[in-house]
Design a protein around this ligand. Structure first.
Ligand SMILES: Cc1ncc(COP(=O)(O)O)c(C=O)c1O
Length: 454
């Protein structure tokens, strides 16, 4: 058995997806509607999904641990959500006016994530964009500090050093800002300074150099777009201290972490940022995001002040989905149960890796985890992530698909998501499949492959 046999097997079991991919390529560039969905030899095309399962157009059933890149902690079409949203479909999906339910959702979100005030949007990229705008308006400064390898959505301001090629990144302690896409204004890289995740010195140095120009520091408090990298114990606290010292706005991009355990990063790490950007899981599968935080910064939004607008903002469908998801589905108890399944999955992976003596690391937090094929002892930043064997990861991914498991979101820089609808049997099946795939992984030595720009 080898990865090439697995790729052939995949092509044989999914001819319908292959055909649709070819057709879609003629209409949508690369045959997908989001760059991150494409992978070799072709992505599966999905017919339907329910609970923890997905069925492709060829009738293959998968247990889904991608869960829409972490947006579906509620699982596919949660029955409570479906029942409630049916009423919304009949009573108006968008009003273009405010509603009492948006007040209810604002109270829930402000309470759970400890925000003074909040505004709603639909996607993660919008709210990180607004966070940057608010930071600039509040401080009157222009520069934003971000971290190499962190992803904050496809908005221009933050499309810098997302997945830069190693040859362009410069010294590990002084990362060079690398545009992550053609088409960005050159100003973007000029006004973005890049530090190394988990490296206080690299942050300190940038503050020393540009302190009175830095409007804000934005980061994923757990780097969920580099596998799963937890912040070192003092890292977030030091960022808070430095932002206070230099009067910069500290922004946590919690688009992913707000759905990994109950209360988000502040609850886990005891550090309060000035602004938080929330998204993905809070809508239970319906587009909903939120920007919130300190009152004096949030109050800059308003007519004639900082622009914040959106036809679909706080539409009743998203608002109802948010209320039901946060109040009835992603309860503390349900999140803790799902996290226990996460621990079970991670332990199972570690045991199999040990049994087969595979060079790999498993990192996990709450309901998410990631496996990286590497002989390093840890992966704490983007440079260490790049030393992992990405080719091997994709071979593992395809081999798992062949066994009816979507093991994680697409890419070694992603992770698995366990929803509140996953069961212990789903975890067992995932591990059974990995047990079959482990000897193939063990037998393959592939050269390092690195990703280019987004
Ligand atoms: C940390 C983080 N921030 C922002 C975004 C952008 O969210 P969206 O895809 O909803 O625009 C993502 C998406 O994966 C993300 O992982």
């Amino acid at each position: 058995m080898s990865f090439s046999t697995e790729y052939e097997k995949f092509m044989k079991r999914a001819p319908g997806s292959c055909k649709l991919f070819e057709e879609n390529k003629r209409l949508a560039p690369f045959g997908v509607h989001s760059n991150y969905r494409v992978h070799d030899p072709f992505p599966i095309f999905v017919r339907k999904a329910k609970g923890s399962r997905i069925w492709d157009v060829d009738g293959n059933e998968y247990i889904d641990f991608n869960m829409a890149f972490g947006a579906l902690v509620a699982g596919h079409s949660h029955p409570i959500l479906v029942e409630e949203l049916k009423k919304n479909l009949e009573e108006g999906t968008i009003f273009g006016h405010e509603s009492s339910e948006s007040i209810m959702l604002a109270k829930i979100i402000c309470g759970r994530f400890k925000l003074d005030m909040v505004r709603f949007n639909s996607t993660g990229m919008e709210v990180t964009m607004y966070a940057v705008r608010l930071a600039r308006a509040y401080t009157g400064r222009s520069k934003i500090m971000k971290f190499e390898g962190c992803y904050h959505g496809s908005n221009d301001n933050l499309l810098v050093s997302v997945k830069p090629h190693l040859s362009k990144t410069g010294h590990i302690k002084h990362p060079i800002p690398v545009p992550a896409s053609p088409g960005l204004s050159p100003e973007v890289s000029k006004y973005t300074v890049v530090a190394q995740f988990n490296d206080v010195e690299s942050v300190d140095r940038l503050f020393e150099k540009y302190g009175d120009e830095i409007a804000g520091v934005i980061l994923e408090p757990v780097a969920m777009n580099m596998g799963v990298i937890e912040p070192d114990p003092e890292f977030l606290k030091t960022l808070r201290k430095l932002c206070d010292e230099y009067n910069s706005v500290l922004i946590f991009d919690e688009v992913k972490t707000c759905g990994k355990w109950f209360g988000g990063a502040e609850e886990r790490y005891g550090v309060k940022p000035d602004l938080k950007a929330l998204g993905k899981a809070i809508g239970g599968g319906i587009p909903l995001s939120a920007i919130g935080g300190r009152k004096e910064i949030m109050e800059l939004f308003g007519p004639g002040k900082v622009s914040h607008a959106g036809t679909f903002n706080a539409n009743p469908l998203s608002v109802k989905a948010g209320i039901i998801t946060l109040e009835k589905i992603l309860t503390r108890d349900a999140m803790e149960k799902a996290a226990k399944l996460g621990e079970q999955l991670a332990k199972g992976y570690r045991d199999i890796i040990e049994d087969y003596k595979i060079k790999a690391l498993v990192s996990t937090i709450g309901i998410s985890g990631a496996v990286l094929f590497t002989d390093q002892e840890h992966v704490r930043n983007y440079r260490e992530l790049l030393k992992c064997d990405f080719g091997k990861w994709f071979g593992y991914f395809i081999s798992m698909l062949n066994r009816g498991i979507i093991p994680a979101a697409t890419g070694p820089d992603e992770q698995w998501t366990i929803s509140v609808q996953h069961t212990p049997e789903d975890i067992e099946k995932h591990l059974e499949a990995f047990k079959e795939v482990a000897p193939i992984v063990k037998g393959v030595e592939q050269p390092l492959e690195m990703v280019e720009a987004v």
